[in-house]
Write a protein that binds this ligand. Sequence first.
Ligand code: SAH
Ligand code: SF4
Ligand code: F3S
Length: 450
Amino acid sequence: MSEKVFYIKTFGCQMNERDSEIIAQSLAGKGYIEGMDLDDADLVILNTCSIRAKAEQKVMSLLGYLRKNKRANPALKICVAGCVAQQEGDRIIDRMSHVDLVIGTQNIYNIAELLVKADREGSVVATDLKDQYDIPNLLPSSDSDPDQNNTLFRKFVTIMQGCNNYCTYCVVPYTRGREVSRKHNDITDEVKALVNEGVKEITLLGQNVNSYGKTNEVHPANNKYSFSDLLHDVAEIQGLKRLRFTTSNPKDLTEELMVCFRDIDILCPQFHLPVQAGSDSVLKRMNRKYSVADYLDKVDKLREFCPDIALTTDIIVGFPGETEDDFAGTMQLLETVRYHGSFSFKYSDRPGTRASTFDKKLQIEESVKSRRLSRFQARQDEISLERNREYIGKIKNVMIEECSEKGVRGRTDTNHIVHLPCPTKLPVPGSFIDVKIVHAGNHSLRGEIV
Ligand code: SAH
Ligand code: SF4
Ligand code: F3S
């Protein structure tokens, strides 16, 4: 029997990117090969995100489009995975009867078996969530053919799943379930395997990595194993050149972790520390469990340990009840911290969250949200440019990610993209070279090889 072709479209965050790799790995060798074209696939998998209404709408419109493909080819299998699948479950099949399989965030590992079941029984919904479980240890397969782009040298490694924080706007605790930490030996084994395949840079992934180990991880030596312990252990792995992590809830940022930026050589001086808002009353209603002053104290201390650290953040504007004064607080925070960059969003009401039950009178008008968002983004752009200009004239070590006759692209330890003119002898992707920064834009730098 010839192999079937699957196509995966991934929405949302790096957790989903990583899950899509796991799905691909679970299907490979089981009669499937990965294809690059949605319209030519025998199996289409949408790995979905429901963080904001827009993300979910994108999934629904693509599913609408696929109805036509299914009509033309009734053998086509359609699978919805990820956070929309987890949240909507059966309702997806009710609305979209051409969907064969709805697979929740903890069920992706069984995709091959679930497809067999769907073949036998018709549509299948697998969305059970367990509170305690072992995250399966899926080491990267060595027969996967190494692609020529930067994904070969930079990889994400999941260290925990789920979230227990219940920020009032957020669906993640519902779509990803309770926080569970992966065994630290499994993590270091995975990093070692990746480094053996040539990976140079690892980003440790979780919704709130700072609370790694609080749930179900025990250290043999002192009975307690924290995120900082994990960073130290991963950093010891021979051949690994750069280490990063994301994301961190500021409430759990400890001094023990800050010190890592001083003490661990390969830990990159870059920190994504989502603040969400610059008003204490908004933060309280978001259930973030820190105040603006707490946050700023932590930023100051972090900069004492690592003066060159590049900080980025996430911002929500127009949270229910956000006043002009509250918003002014967010703008003020931007001036105080002067983030290197940020991701900012208009508040989106999500079903099942606590904020969605707040008095509807508190909802902020769309036009006000849009105005606040543009003001924030315009000022952030200016600050990003000012920040980036601070690098002009400096020598930075970059990891080369892409080389072609058109030009060379690398990345600094601070996570800035650097474009380089094409030299006569092309550097090898994955190699490290010193460059002098000669120009700065909002979103990238330009350099010359020294
Ligand atoms: N675990 C990460 C956040 C993951 S979601 C953390 O706590 O930092 C990524 C970002 O999406 C959040 O930081 C937040 O800024 C944004 N976000 C989450 N829910 C949202 C909503 N309902 N509306 C708008 N933005 C939202
Ligand atoms: Fe969502 Fe808050 Fe958990 Fe982040 S910490 S995933 S924002 S509930
Ligand atoms: Fe989206 Fe789920 Fe990630 S909601 S942001 S894909 S955890």
